[in-house]
Design a protein around this ligand. Structure first.
Ligand code: PMP
Length: 430
């Protein structure tokens, strides 16, 4: 069992100067019983090394971006090379064009693209563009889908589809929340009701086409097609939040995998190769609402910065190689099959959900198809599982709502070692 003395000491120091000791609340261990989060010192390939000298097999993958493993030589090289040529210009560069073309080749529904610096910014801007284009204010989202921390999307579900949202965070004015309507994922009738109720006030319906924020949850057959039909019949746009899903399951977006296309798409994470990035894009006529061509304003000192462009290009060059996703799928299946065999062997009340290299273990015997079901899973059992893993050298997100993300750096041996750890946890801690 690992000890974490140095992590604990550093966390005390951190709490003295960094609010709550973390720069993003999901990094704290609050959801798994508290205590100091492990402080990492360095990362290489599939591994993390903490400040106490412990090694972990990493499946957090920085909440998704690190799909090629840490410190991938090709991305490292691109960053070093670019930093010698300057990392921020504030002028147009050829790199931006090359990168935008590369993304559009893989995701043709993004007829026009803009780069920003985070998923939050990308989503926030698609909402502004949709509002500008439709001249309407309200947005419909799905319960449990996370779309960053801008005001409007930090709104919880009302108690019914015809109910307006209330803020999920202090500091978000009620007036802002009034423009967000939340309905359950995979529930087309609730969407129909909401559209019938709010009609021509609805600018857009926004969705994670494959959910990554209450575990990996796929849409029911036909669900996304129906969203398109219902929204478009109402004169509303469809926005896909592909911050997690773009380049996650294939060389392209979830929209390309499923063959259903939105009007606007927000992206982030993987496309930056680990550097800060966001991007949004979509139909040309809609995108032309954005300055300097149109009246909707979006800007950024760091937007399209050469460092992120170079890292992102290098990342996509790695991902476009043949067999990358078949290999992620093969290893993902091996991990999932192994975990399911252990669930069975030790009689653990759990089941898994996986698509290619993204996996969730839900501590319930029910199949999870919406947020309510994910919320109803056993948080205490998850906390025990998480603590068992982290004290034996497997790092995952400290939340029952997050996925495990495999990378191209994981090997068969890493999966076998991970399964041995899971077995040890089920056998001794459950
Ligand atoms: N949308 C989705 C689907 C996300 O998962 C996230 C982040 N987890 C965001 C938006 C926000 O992205 P960022 O943290 O880069 O602002």
């Amino acid at each position: 069992m690992f000890t974490h003395k140095n992590s604990e000491a550093l966390q005390k120091e951190a709490e003295d100067v960094i609010l709550g000791g973390v720069n993003s609340p999901s990094r704290s261990y609050k959801a798994v019983g508290g205590g100091a989060p492990v402080v990492m010192d360095r990362a290489d390939g599939a591994y993390f090394y903490d400040v106490d000298g412990n090694r972990y097999i990493d499946f957090l993958s920085a909440y998704g971006p690190i799909i090629t493993g840490h410190a991938h030589p090709r991305i490292h090289e691109a960053i070093v090379e670019q930093s010698s040529r300057g990392i921020l210009y504030g002028t147009p560069t050829k790199l931006e064009i090359d990168f935008a073309n590369k993304i559009r080749q893989a995701m043709p529904a993004l007829e026009k693209i803009r780069f920003v610096n985070s998923g939050t910014e990308a989503v926030m801007t698609t909402i502004r563009v949709a509002r500008a284009y439709t001249n309407r204010n309200k947005i419909i989202k799905f319960e449990g889908c996370y779309h960053g921390h801008s005001d409007l999307v930090l709104v919880a579900a009302g108690s019914g589809p015809a109910q307006l949202g209330s803020p999920d965070s202090a500091g978000v004015p009620e007036g802002v929340a009034q423009d967000m309507i939340t309905v359950p994922f995979n529930d087309i009738d609730s969407l129909k009701e909401a559209i019938a109720h709010f009609g021509d006030e609805v600018a857009a319906v926004m969705v994670e086409p494959i959910v990554g924020n209450f575990g990996i949850v796929e849409p029911f057959e036909g669900f996304l097609e129906e969203i398109n039909e219902i929204a478009h019949a109402n004169g509303s746009l469809v926005i896909y939040d592909e911050v997690i899903t773009a380049f996650r399951f294939m060389y392209g977006g979830a929209q390309d995998l499923l063959g259903v296309y939105p009007d606007l798409t927000a992206m982030g994470k993987i496309i930056g190769g680990g550097t800060p990035i966001g991007a949004y894009g979509g139909r040309q006529d809609i995108m032309e609402s954005v300055a300097p061509l149109g009246p909707a304003y979006q800007a950024g000192t760091m937007a399209g910065n050469p460092l992120s462009m170079a890292a992102g290009l290098a990342c996509l060059e790695v991902l476009e190689k043949p067999d990358v996703y078949t290999e992620l799928d093969r290893l993902g299946k091996k991990l999932e099959d192994g975990i399911n065999a252990l669930i069975e062997k030790y009689g653990v009340q759990a089941n898994t959900s996986r698509l290619v290299g993204a996996l969730t273990i839900f501590f319930t015997t029910e199949k999870v198809t919406n947020y309510q079901a994910a919320e109803d899973t056993d948080g205490e059992m998850f906390a025990k599982f998480f603590r068992g893993l982290i004290s034996r050298g497997v790092n995952i997100a400290p939340s029952k709502y997050e996925a495990w993300f495999l990378t191209t750096a994981h090997t068969d041996e890493d999966i076998e070692d991970t399964l041995a750890v899971v077995e040890d946890v089920f056998k001794n801690d459950f």
